[in-house]
Design a protein around this ligand. Structure first.
Ligand SMILES: Cc1cc2nc3c(=O)[nH]c(=O)nc-3n(C[C@H](O)[C@H](O)[C@H](O)COP(=O)(O)OP(=O)(O)OC[C@H]3O[C@@H](n4cnc5c(N)ncnc54)[C@H](O)[C@@H]3O)c2cc1C
Length: 380
């Protein structure tokens, strides 16, 4: 068993660091305050290939391994978790859904467009259907040469930027999980509209909105896989998505730890840096240990996925569960180490504290991960 990162992952980490140091770290506070990432930054990141990391090279992407991809998401998220999730949803939810579950012709229809600059989003959640995805109410009715989609999707990350949406629907409402089907829907489709941008606690620069579908015509060829496969697609995709959120959490934790170490050496109380106090030293040791354990779980799940192993629900959930809880713990402790200064916007730990919170909620809550892991362990 090797604990070394691959050459590809190391090279990509360097490329991501170069980009974040110049373009993301200096601007992250402003994007957080304004609630958006400027279009020119998105374009630069696209030109560097970050939005196409998981698109196969034959379709114009970088064709990276999941491991190298996770390392990049960690770096981007350390600089700005809102920007990290913008890139992550495009790759590990949208692109991966096509890579793993769409026909070759559907991949060829859309992946080159995403490699050239189109952005994708993933519409599963609804007002009445979050953890319980089988209860979605959005419908798709077969009309011969096309499907007609109706319904409302909530909390769609990237909605305001997206050219393409993956939309989960019921094609057979009586069939439970076997009645769910997923489609690629173009943002320009007649009948598709967006709600207002959500005003969020954290990851504020990511664009989250409702997507409303009223009699939206979708060509039959845009069905992902076959009718009734949508549940399998949703669950399969979330494996990769959870590795992405785990990597995002590691990035937030890393940033919070770095700031805590820096501040503890600068802040003088009782005529000495607070880093001299064992109470602070132990906090830092504990934070760093949890961060490293999180990173190893994320890299292990990513490396397993790279071997082609399909059944990685448990590993992906463990990585997301532990990394997200750790990110919240580390951000909380980093804020504590900053004392009152941690509570105001002068220092970035306040943002890390807010940003960490979402990692325990989206792409399956902490409780949902516990359900996946325990079910897997208790199965015969
Ligand atoms: C900023 C943001 C971005 C998002 N982006 C997207 C996106 O791009 N695409 C998308 O489809 N969705 C997205 N979501 C939705 C997100 O995935 C859901 O919020 C999440 O899955 C939880 O669903 P819910 O909010 O309906 O909570 P619920 O499912 O109603 O859960 C409420 C609480 O009950 C718990 N709970 C529920 N069922 C059980 C159970 N059986 N046992 C124990 N506890 C249970 C949950 O863990 C939680 O604590 C986003 C959400 C946010 C806030």
């Amino acid at each position: 068993m090797s604990y070394q990162l691959t050459e590809e992952a190391v090279d990509m980490r360097e490329a991501a660091r170069e980009f974040t140091e110049k373009r993301v770290y200096p601007n992250a506070e402003e994007w957080d305050a304004k609630g958006e990432v400027p279009a020119e930054i998105i374009k630069e990141a696209q030109d560097l290939g970050f939005f196409g990391m998981l698109i196969p090279e034959k379709h114009g992407g970088l064709g990276l391994s999941m491991l190298a991809y996770s390392v990049v998401i960690e770096e981007l998220s350390a600089a700005s978790a809102g920007f990290g999730i913008t890139v992550s949803v495009n790759n590990s939810l949208f692109v991966q859904a096509l890579n793993e579950f769409a026909t070759e012709s559907l991949q060829a229809k859309y992946l080159p467009k995403v490699a050239e600059g189109w952005i994708g989003a993933y519409c599963l959640s609804e007002a009445g259907a979050g953890t319980d995805i089988v209860s979605i109410g959005c419908t798709a009715v077969d009309k011969g040469d096309h499907y007609l989609l109706n319904g409302n999707k909530l909390w769609v990350t990237n909605a305001g930027l997206a050219n393409l949406f993956i939309v989960f629907t019921k094609t057979d409402p009586a069939a439970g999980r076997k009645g769910i089907s997923a489609f690629v829907v173009e943002a320009e489709s007649e009948g598709l509209s967006l709600g207002k941008k959500e005003n969020k606690l954290g990851i504020r620069c990511s664009d989250t909105r409702e997507v409303i579908l009223v009699d939206v015509k979708v060509p039959k060829e845009n069905l992902i896989g076959v009718e009734g496969d949508g549940f399998k697609t949703a669950v399969g995709i979330l494996n990769g998505g959870r590795i992405g959120v785990g990597a995002q959490a590691v990035g937030i934790g890393m940033a919070a730890l770095n700031e805590a170490i820096k501040y503890s050496k600068e802040r003088v109380q009782f005529n000495q840096p607070i880093a001299n106090f064992q109470a602070i030293q132990f906090k830092i040791a504990d934070m760093a240990t949890r961060l490293e354990a999180s990173r190893l779980l994320v890299y292990r799940a990513a490396a397993l996925k790279d071997t082609g192993e399909k059944f990685i629900h448990r590993e992906a959930s463990m990585a997301k569960l532990f990394a997200s809880q750790s990110a919240n713990y580390i951000a909380d402790q980093a804020l504590q180490i900053h004392g009152g200064y941690g509570y105001i916007k002068e220092y970035p730990v306040e943002r890390y504290f807010r940003d960490a919170r979402i990692t325990e909620i989206y792409e399956g809550t902490t409780e949902a991960q516990l359900m996946v892991i325990s079910r897997d362990l208790l199965r015969d």
